[in-house]
Design a protein. Structure first.
Length: 141
């Protein structure tokens, strides 16, 4: 039976979207039977263009993913719930049967850089951290 994984963040526009993209990618690579979701406690309504851009740099297209509320996914059925920011860890419903983990990562969308490249660098740094953590999670399933 497929393991169900949810990546939860406040806005569901960057970190959780990146994690969803990598989880789907690594599940294929490692032949794992998983259902992957991402959602937000207060969804922004869009996937951040820079998240799409930095994932495309790594060969993964998340442009068809969309921002959604926790209530729009089968949260009570999750085997794993991964929160990616402090607010989501505090507002995420507790599912006793789920393996809950908190990966506190900075929000790259909040970086105010002097240049667009500085902002992209923030997204790349968070993307690379998420990639490492997601690959480890999927391999260990």
């Amino acid at each position: 039976m497929a393991k169900k994984i949810a990546f939860i963040c406040t806005g569901n526009s960057a970190r959780s979207q990146i994690a969803e993209g990598y989880a789907k990618y690594f599940a294929k690579i490692y032949g794992k039977d998983v259902e992957v979701y991402s959602a937000g406690s207060n969804p922004s309504g869009y996937v951040h263009p820079k998240a799409v851009e930095v994932m495309k740099e790594d060969g993964i297209d998340i442009s068809n993913q969309y921002s959604k509320h926790i209530d729009q996914i089968p949260i009570s059925q999750m085997d794993y719930i991964i929160t990616l920011c402090g607010d989501a860890a505090e507002t995420c419903p507790v599912i006793p049967s789920a393996n809950t983990q908190h990966w506190g990562l900075p929000d790259p969308a909040k970086v105010i850089g002097p240049t667009e490249d500085a902002k992209l660098q923030a997204f790349r740094k968070v993307r690379d951290e998420i990639k490492t953590k997601v690959e480890k999670l999927i391999k260990e399933l």
